[in-house]
Design a protein around this ligand. Sequence first.
Ligand code: THU
Length: 133
Amino acid sequence: MNHKELYELAVSARERAYTPYSHFTVGAALLTTSGKVYLGCNIENAAYGAVNCAERTAFFTAICEGEREFSAIAVAGGREGEIGEICAPCGICRQVMAEFCAPDFEVVLGAEDGVKVYRLDELLPLSFTKDNL
Ligand code: THU
C-alpha cells in the first residue's frame, strides 16, 4: 500500500462522517505494520465535547481489534461537499498517535500535487509519552 492509496482510503472514509454541527467532514486510514488498514471518520455530538475526530476513531477501532503496531495514517478533510484542503491532525489526535506510534510514524496529508508525508515527531516535537513516566 503506497501513500497515495492510503490517502484515497481516507477520502472514502470521509463519506461516512457524521457532522450535523460543523459540516466539516474528515476521513482517516490507519495502516498497521502488518499491512492492515482501519478506517475512521469524525463523529459529532450535540454535546460538543463528545466529538470524536476521524484519526481517533481509526486508532480506537484498531486498538480494540488488538492492533498495537502502526506505520502510517492518512487524513483527508474539508467542508462538507468540498474537495478539501490540507487537514492536519488536531493536538489531541497527535497525542494519541504518540501513545501508540514511534517517532518515525508517517502522517500522510493532502497536498496540491498529491500527498505530503510528515513524521510524527515533526508534528509533535518534545512530546510527553510513557517514556516520561
Ligand atoms: N476533526 C477531525 O476529525 N480531525 C482533525 O484532525 C481535525 C478536526 C473534526 C472534528 C470536528 O468534527 C470537525 O472536524 C470540526 O472541528
